[in-house]
Design a protein around this ligand. Structure first.
Ligand SMILES: Cc1cc2nc3c(=O)[nH]c(=O)nc-3n(C[C@H](O)[C@H](O)[C@H](O)COP(=O)(O)OP(=O)(O)OC[C@H]3O[C@@H](n4cnc5c(N)ncnc54)[C@H](O)[C@@H]3O)c2cc1C
Ligand code: SF4
Length: 599
């Protein structure tokens, strides 16, 4: 049979069916792809498993895996045939054959329930959203950037945002890093998103709603418009539900809009990606707090079939020291800087913390006019939880690091902060976190002048919404996060789902988006089960022949992302990372080893 290479990642046997080939998961778009995923989990897999428990192999055949099905099916008659042929009274051999037949049925059941497993490369395995990394890198190389972009968007609704701010655990896991530098995966993702932005501008007139959502039969209310809420709203909208997002703040986007500084995530990138969601029919209600003092949750429960709580982790971790009333809230500072409000910090700023929030606060303070920024961290550099590249950039921009240093007291003169007392620390035996415990060195205290002192120690789950009577009985984890089932993000209260930082505690945007997507599939599957087909589609992802990776000494070195000069950064919130050009991105894509391919 003639074969054609018409579409992304797939080999299709019938020409002309390229875009609507019902037998090929790789070809499904948007809604169909999501329905297939829900249907496979909820209907196809349980049915196939039941069939295979009754007649080994039948479930595999239902899923189109004929050779596995026939092999399993043949084993039972073989066992029965052997029993009949050798029957002359019961023997241990017969018991063994009966046991063997039972074992085959059990294997067939489990195999049909789990389904065919593909080999996943470490990058994809580590990605909280499970994005098929090598596949989109290959599409980039094959000059099919739109397909690559769509592939990512099937898992992450805001590709341009994540391409800029993701801490990219995929790169830490990348096997290319064993002998050389890891592939710049996130840089390539961002490049695909940037190309798509350009394309959308050129074809602006072609922008249209994906589906008409208003009046959809399923109505869902999403509380919070951060990455978790936005992802849930997007995937539900693609599925055809009517979604309304309630946001307490005046701006939409959660931390992306109010906290992450412009030099890492420019506001226009977020705005454009949110606009695409509005085009998809999602309704956003800003300035609408849900819970005590706002719209009661019970009212929303009546208006919608289900609710998704994506309220984030709002409360800054506090610190108790003498003079603590003079401390500034790091969230307020980042918010003011992000929204372009005036920020007065004085000449010298002291920041406390060793995480990414502390890096953002320090770098923001420099941009807001502080002449000196001192960062105090209790442990040493190796234990800092902040990303290494963030620490490096902060140091290059002029942040002065004080390791093994803790805040002992905030000093004031005439009611105004004038300095801090700094306690010298040393490292002791590991604590519960596995890191060495910081211990105060007696008598070693020094003073530092400061006009502003800002602790940036992270955030915790909390907020007034948890006092709403409709959430009485909501199960919480010991760290304060909402308890959910890990597959579909259901809480213990009927019709209420939760995700993002509100569940995991302060984490990452990509993880919040993964929660949002899971909740969308869960809500739709739970409440619109009739609309979900019992999918008989088969995963027949046959990848294109790989053009080949040529190993050279240069292939071990990653492409450097162009960055804004240090001079241009002072006093400016212009984006620091400038993105790859096409050649740079393709060179990075070409360094991928495509680890999931069989040799
Ligand atoms: C300084 C800082 C830097 C960060 N940098 C990065 C980074 O570089 N990369 C990364 O991946 N992650 C980063 N993060 C973490 C990331 O921003 C969060 O993990 C992510 O935003 C969580 O998404 P979410 O949707 O759960 O919550 P959020 O983004 O916090 O959104 C929650 C939303 O719910 C709204 N809300 C709360 N209560 C109510 C209510 N009662 N009614 C209505 N609305 C309500 C809030 O106003 C908010 O808009 C950073 C976080 C901070 C603090
Ligand atoms: S080499 Fe490619 S496939 Fe392998 S882990 Fe790195 S990005 Fe993933």
């Amino acid at each position: 049979m003639k074969q054609y290479w018409d579409c992304s990642l797939c080999r299709i046997e019938d020409k002309g069916k390229a875009l609507r080939c019902r037998r090929c998961y790789g070809q499904l778009r948007g809604r169909d792809r999501l329905l297939h995923e829900i249907g496979r989990q909820r209907k196809t897999a349980p049915r196939a498993a039941l069939l295979s428990a009754l007649a080994a192999g039948a479930g595999q055949m239902l899923g189109g895996r004929w050779s596995t099905g026939i092999a399993l099916a043949a084993l039972i008659p073989l066992a029965v045939g052997l029993v009949i042929a050798g029957w002359g009274g019961f023997t241990y051999g017969h018991a063994f054959l009966a046991g063997g037949a039972g074992f085959v049925l059990a294997v067939a059941y489990l195999d049909a329930r789990i389904g065919p497993q593909r080999k996943r490369p470490p990058c994809q395995e580590t990605c909280p959203a499970g994005v098929a990394v090598p596949d989109y890198l290959q599409l980039l190389l094959d000059e099919e950037p739109q397909q690559g972009y769509s592939l990512i968007r099937s898992r992450i609704p805001m590709v341009g945002v994540i391409g800029r701010i993701c801490p990219h655990p995929c790169e830490t896991a990348c096997l290319r890093g064993i002998d050389g530098e890891p592939v710049s995966i996130n840089g390539c993702k961002r490049h695909l998103a940037d190309l798509q932005r350009e394309r959308s501008r050129v074809h602006a007139e072609q922008r249209r709603s994906v589906v008409d959502l208003r009046g959809g039969e399923l109505s869902v209310g999403v509380v919070g418009s951060g990455p978790a809420g936005v992802a849930c709203a997007y995937y539900l909208s693609v599925l055809g539900a009517a979604v309304t997002v309630y946001e307490a703040d005046s701006v939409i986007g959660g931390r992306l809009a109010t906290t992450i500084p412009d030099y890492r995530l420019p506001a226009n990138i977020l705005d454009e990606e949110l606009e695409a969601l509005r085009d998809g029919g999602v309704v956003f209600n800003p300035n609408t707090r849900v819970g005590p003092g706002g719209v009661p949750l019970a009212e929303l429960r009546q208006d919608h079939d289900a609710l998704f709580l994506a309220v984030g982790a709002e409360q800054a971790v506090s610190i108790a020291v003498p003079g603590g009333e003079g401390l500034r809230d790091f969230q307020e500072l980042l918010r003011a800087a992000k929204l372009g409000h005036p920020v007065e910090l004085g000449r010298s700023v002291v920041v406390i913390g060793g995480g990414n929030a502390a890096m953002d606060v320090s770098r923001t303070a420099l941009r807001c006019g502080a002449e000196e920024v001192h960062l105090l961290y209790r442990r040493d550099r190796d234990q800092m939880p902040a990303r290494a590249d963030e620490v490096e950039e902060a140091a290059r921009e002029g942040v002065q690091f004080h390791f093994l240093a803790d805040l002992a007291e905030v000093l004031t003169r005439d009611g105004a902060v004038c300095g801090v007392r700094v306690q010298q620390m040393e490292l002791g035996a590991p604590d519960a976190s596995g890191r060495p415990r910081p211990l105060a060195v007696r008598g070693q205290i020094r003073e530092l002048p400061a006009d502003t002192v800002i602790p940036a120690l992270g955030q915790e789950v909390g907020g007034s919404i948890f006092d709403d009577p409709a959430l009485a009985g909501l199960r919480r984890e010991t760290y304060g996060g909402v308890w959910v089932d890990p597959v579909y993000q259901r809480t213990n209260l009927a019709g209420i789902y939760a995700g993002g930082d509100a569940v995991s505690g302060a984490a990452t945007a990509v993880q919040a988006m993964a929660h949002g997507r899971r909740a969308a599939l869960g809500i739709f599957g739970d409440l619109a089960a009739a609309a979900v087909p019992a999918s008989r589609l088969v995963d027949r992802l046959q990848r294109r022949p790989f053009r080949g990776h040529s190993e050279t000494p240069q292939a071990r070195i990653r492409e450097e992302m162009p960055r804004l000069t240090l001079r241009a950064r002072r006093g400016s919130f212009r984006e620091v990372e400038e993105g790859f050009q096409q050649e740079g991105a393709c060179r990075e894509g070409g360094r991928c080893l495509q680890c999931h391919r069989e040799l």
